[in-house]
Write a protein that binds this ligand. Structure first.
Ligand code: BG6
Length: 479
C-alpha cells in the first residue's frame, strides 16, 4: 500500500487525550522524521473551532514540554486542520469525507483515531461505514480505539461485532498504552533475547510472580467514568492482564503480530477461574466524598487477586496481582520470586535463613531490572547477605524514554498490530473480570474494605500472600 500520503483523523479532537497525548506524540514523531512524506492531522469534533483555534489550543499544551521547539512547531502546525461536525450526523461525515478528499488531493491512507467517549464508539463506527470511509482500495483505512473496550464481556462482543461490520480485524488497532511502554516491550527482549533466564522460567524454579500497578493519584477529575468502572475494569482488564500474558507466554515463533497475540491468547485461555476467596477489594477512605461520586458508591479503587495459569509451564504457580489508586507509591513492578535452594551445606548463623532470589522488573518509574542473590559477607565464616545487581535505563541509555503513544501511533501507521490487543484477547480478559465481578456480587463475597489514602491498601491484601507464607515486595526505586 502507498504509505506516503496519510491523514490522521482524530475523532473527538477537542478532548484532552488529543492535547495531552496524541499531538505531543505526533509532534515528537515529526521531529524525529518518522511521519510519512505527506501527512496531515485532521481534528473532528462538535465545537465551533477553526484551524487557527485548534492550532493555538494544541500549542499551549505542546509548549509545556521541556524541549519545546517553536520553529518546528510552526512547521508542524501548518498541517493541523479542524473540521467541525457532529459524531452522529451522516451529513457531517459526508462533509468530513469531502474535506479529507480535498486535503489529500489523491489517494491517501487514513488512520481514524477514536478519542471519544466510549458510548459513541458504535455510532461513529457505523457512520464511518455508511459514509464509505472504511473501505480500503489502494490505500489503507485503519481505526484506532482507546480503552475502555466494552464494559463487560457482552458489550465487548457487541462492539467487536459492530466493528467487523465496518472494518476487518486487520484494520482494527485496540490501544493498551501499557504495551507501548519501552519497559513492557523489554519484557519480551529480556526473556527471549537472553539464554539464561528462559530455562528457569517455569514452575520448577519459580515460586510465584507478583504484579503491582500502584498509583498515588486518586480518582481526580474522572469521577463520572471511574465510578462506573472501578479498578477491575480500569486497570485489570487491560494493563494487568497484558503484563501477566507477557510474563507467562510461550516463545512466539516470529515477531509478527499474530504469532505474539496467539501466545498471549493461550495464556488467557489457560487462566483458572478465580476463587472469589482469593480476591480482595477495597475503596480508599474519602472516595465517596469526591464531587461526582455517588455517596453510596461501592466501586473498588483497589483490588488484589491470586490467579493460576493452568498449563505445563505454570501449573500451581500463583500469580498475585494488585492495583489501586491513592496508594503509597507510584510504581509498576513485576516480581519473580524463585524457589529456595534444595539443600544447604553451609551452617548459617543461628536464626538466619536464606532469602530467595528475586528478579524485579521495574516498568515505571526508575525503569530497569534488579536481580537479588546471596553473597558471602567478607570476614565471616558463614554469613550471607542478599545483594542486588541492577540495570537502569536512565544510566545506560541516553535521553528520556519515549511516551507510549509515539510507538503505538507509528506502529498503527506502519501496519504493525503486535502491540495492539486482538478481539479474542479482549474477550478472554473480560471473561476473567466478569467472573470476579459476578463473585463480588454474590453471597459469600469478600467484603468491600476501606484503606487509608497513601498506604498499600487494606491488611487483607497482605494476608492474601501471608496465608501462603509470602509477602508483597517492591524493589524498584529502593536502591
Ligand atoms: C489508564 C487508567 O488506563 O491508566 C488510569 O484509565 C490510570 O486510571 C492510567 O491512571 C495509568 O497509566 P500509567 O501509564 O500512568 O501507569
Amino acid at each position: 500500500m502507498n504509505n506516503d500520503n496519510t491523514s490522521i483523523v482524530i475523532l473527538g479532537a477537542t478532548g484532552d487525550l488529543t492535547s495531552r497525548k496524541l499531538v505531543p506524540a505526533l509532534f515528537s514523531l515529526y521531529r524525529r522524521e518518522k511521519l510519512p512524506a505527506e501527512w496531515r492531522i485532521v481534528g473532528y469534533a462538535r465545537r465551533e473551532w477553526d484551524d487557527a483555534f485548534f492550532r493555538e489550543t494544541l500549542r499551549s499544551w505542546a509548549e509545556k514540554a521541556a524541549d519545546f521547539d517553536a520553529a518546528a512547531w510552526e512547521r508542524f502546525a501548518e498541517r493541523l486542520h479542524y473540521v467541525r461536525g457532529d459524531l452522529t450526523s451522516p451529513d457531517d461525515y459526508r462533509s468530513l469525507n469531502a474535506a479529507l478528499d480535498r486535503m489529500e488531493a489523491g489517494e491517501a491512507n487514513r488512520l481514524y483515531y477514536l478519542a471519544i467517549s466510549p458510548e459513541y464508539y458504535e455510532a461513529v463506527i457505523e457512520q464511518l461505514r455508511d459514509a464509505g470511509m472504511a473501505n480500503e482500495t489502494e490505500t489503507y483505512r485503519r481505526i484506532v480505539i482507546e480503552k475502555p473496550f466494552g464494559y463487560d464481556l457482552a458489550s465487548a462482543v457487541a462492539l467487536n461485532r459492530t466493528l467487523h461490520r465496518a472494518f476487518s480485524e486487520g484494520q482494527v488497532y485496540r490501544i493498551d498504552h501499557y504495551l507501548g511502554k519501552e519497559t513492557v516491550q523489554n519484557l519480551l527482549f529480556f526473556r527471549f533475547a537472553n539464554a539464561i533466564f528462559e530455562p528457569i522460567w517455569n514452575r520448577n524454579y519459580i515460586d510465584h510472580v507478583q504484579i503491582t500497578v500502584a498509583e498515588t493519584v486518586d480518582v481526580e477529575h474522572r469521577a463520572g467514568y471511574y465510578d462506573k468502572s472501578g479498578v477491575m475494569r480500569d486497570m485489570f482488564q487491560n494493563h494487568l492482564m497484558q503484563l501477566l500474558s507477557l510474563v507467562a507466554l510461550e516463545p512466539p515463533a516470529s515477531s509478527d503480530a499474530n504469532s505474539l497475540r496467539n501466545e498471549k491468547v493461550k495464556v488467557l485461555r489457560a487462566l483458572r477461574p478465580v476463587a472469589i476467596t482469593d480476591t480482595v477489594r477495597a475503596q480508599y477512605a474519602g472516595y465517596t466524598a469526591t464531587a461526582g461520586i455517588d455517596p453510596a458508591s461501592a466501586t473498588p479503587t483497589f483490588a488484589a487477586i491470586k490467579l493460576f495459569v493452568d498449563n505445563w509451564r505454570w501449573m500451581d504457580v500463583p500469580f498475585y496481582l494488585r492495583s489501586g489508586k491513592a496508594m503509597a507509591k507510584k510504581v509498576s513492578e513485576i516480581v519473580v520470586q524463585f524457589r529456595r535452594p534444595p539443600h544447604l551445606f553451609f551452617n548459617l548463623p543461628p536464626g538466619k535463613k536464606l532469602h530467595p532470589n528475586i528478579l524485579s522488573m521495574c516498568i515505571q518509574p526508575d525503569e530497569g531490572i534488579h536481580l537479588r542473590f546471596q553473597a558471602k559477607v567478607p570476614n565471616s565464616p558463614n554469613e550471607v547477605q542478599p545483594v542486588v545487581m541492577e540495570f537502569h535505563f536512565s544510566s545506560t541509555f541516553e535521553g528520556a524514554l519515549p511516551d507510549a503513544y509515539e510507538r503505538l501511533l507509528l506502529d498503527a501507521m506502519q501496519g504493525d498490530a503486535a502491540l495492539f490487543t486482538r478481539e479474542d484477547e479482549i474477550e478472554l480478559s473480560w471473561r476473567m473480570i466478569d467472573n470476579v465481578l459476578a463473585g463480588w456480587a454474590s453471597p459469600g463475597a469478600p467484603p468491600m474494605l476501606t484503606y487509608a489514602p497513601g498506604t498499600w491498601g487494606p491488611d487483607d491484601a497482605e494476608m492474601l500472600l501471608a496465608d501462603d507464607g509470602r509477602r508483597w515486595r517492591i524493589h524498584c526505586g529502593e536502591h
